[in-house]
Ligand binder design. Structure first.
Ligand code: NAP
Ligand code: MG
Length: 399
């Protein structure tokens, strides 16, 4: 029997929900356990376990990543009213990703996996477009208020020492809604730092898009902090041949459609949420989009960018054969394993991760793929393999 590669230090494993939970188990059993002596610290973020622990398990998982430096996360349900009924939950628990991001104050980078037989839907794209999403604040930490009737709305800021400042917002003459958002110079600065570090490491141009013509204080602050950091690291950027561009967000949208790609597109939190799915769709499938959360002090959490693939899960529960793409989930594992290997200086683990990625890409290039990809590749969905069939095909190629 082949000796297994030993993983030296723990990887924080965060289990999740629905179809991705099914895939998660298969990846471990079929692709990892036969080759690796895994060293995992397990946190079960199944929505009912989050409910049972009053969401403490999510915080514990985030703290564990802080401690061990590397985590890998399965997609999880962010409960809405419908899910509260479906799973009989105490309440609509917050998004686990938002909780983990705020504990780590991290930046999320999403990069599509390019496969030459899967053509992007934008003809000019030849290189991956990576999205750097600022992962703190804005609407994700907003305070909202349902204005019941006519009245005056103000923002009040009370400094630690001194008199409050009142900022008039609106004179309502009837019911409506209101929201207050915030962000922190420290968080924006670490976002900017993470983007520049990523761009320099990957030798990729950096674009930042926002709307400072309209948001002359909030968005303008992001632009300012970007420019300051770019000025400070001018020589480093020049040496790496990297160009920094600030674009208005709508201009960035138009430019992107006629560009060949190959840049890191830095975006504020909400823009990053929306655009990363748009880019994933444009490159073929959500199932080909990888995601990594990087904290300013170098802690990493790897995941797939997609959700729990709910519609497929209901088919799975009904006993139907599914054809769900596991590639981004597999790459979450290879990302975590390679990072663990790099930090622990175990090159054999890094090599295993590379071989597994190679096996995935070659399996698809040879024509074995799930339905989402078969449709993009121009094959009929009829020739697609099942969820499990794909993972088994990768396993065969790997060994
Ligand atoms: P989703 O899981 O991203 O799936 C949306 C649709 O995209 C699927 O129905 C499927 O389309 C396609 N798709 C996504 N991933 C795919 C894959 N790996 N292989 C094949 N097709 C794929 O979003 P959702 O179903 O709207 O959301 C389900 C749950 O996920 C929600 O409760 C949400 O809160 C959660 N969520 C979690 C995360 C996270 O943990 N990172 C991120 C987003 C959403 P077809 O049905 O057309 O085949
Ligand atoms: Mg999203």
């Amino acid at each position: 029997m082949k000796t297994k590669i030993k993983v030296q230090n723990p990887i924080v494993e965060i289990d999740g929900d629905e179809m991705t939970r099914v895939i998660w188990q298969l990846i471990k059993e079929v692709l990892l356990e036969p080759h690796l002596e895994l060293n995992l610290e397990y946190y079960d973020l199944h929505v009912q376990h989050r409910d049972a622990t009053n969401d403490q398990v999510t915080i514990d998982a985030a703290l564990a990543i802080r401690k061990h430096g590397v985590g890998v996360k399965c997609a999880t349900i962010t409960p809405d009213a419908e899910r509260v009924t479906e799973y009989n939950l105490k309440k609509q628990w917050p998004s686990p990703n938002a909780t983990i991001r705020s504990v780590l104050d991290g930046t999320v980078f999403r990069k599509p996996i390019l496969i030459d037989t899967i053509p992007p839907s934008v003809r000019s794209w030849r290189l991956p477009v990576t999205i750097g999403r600022h992962a703190y604040g804005d609407i994700y930490k907003a305070v909202e208020f349902r204005v019941p009737q006519a009245g005056k709305l103000e923002m009040v800021y009370t400094p630690e020492h001194g008199e409050p400042t009142r900022v008039p917002v609106h004179e309502f003459d009837g019911p409506g809604v209101a929201m207050t958002m915030h962000n922190l110079d420290a968080s924006i600065t670490s976002f900017v730092k993470a983007c520049l570090t990523y761009a320099i490491a990957e030798k990729t141009d950096l674009w930042f898009g926002a709307k400072d013509t309209i948001s002359k204080t909030y968005h303008a602050r992001f632009r300012e902090l970007f420019q300051q950091a770019v000025d400070q690291r001018k020589e480093e950027l020049q040496a790496a041949g990297i160009e920094y561009r600030y674009l208005l967000i709508d201009d960035a949208a138009a430019q992107l459609m006629k560009h060949e790609g190959g840049m890191l597109l830095a975006l504020m939190n909400y823009d990053g949420d929306v655009w990363s799915d748009l880019i994933a769709g444009g490159f073929g499938s959500l199932g080909l989009m990888t995601s990594v959360l990087v904290s300013p002090d170098g802690k990493y959490e790897f995941e797939a960018a997609h959700g729990t693939v709910r519609r497929h899960y209901y088919r799975h529960l009904a006993g139907e054969t599914t054809s769900t793409n596991s590639v981004a989930s597999i790459f979450a594992w290879t990302g975590a394993l390679a990072k663990r290997g790099e930090l622990d200086q175990t090159p054999e683990l890094v090599r295993f991760a590379q071989e597994l990625e190679h096996a995935v890409i070659e399996t698809i290039r040879s024509g074995t793929m799930t339905k989402d990809l078969a449709l993009v590749a121009g094959a009929s969905g009829e020739t697609a393999v099942s969820t499990e069939g794909f993972i088994r095909a990768v396993a065969e190629r790997l060994s």
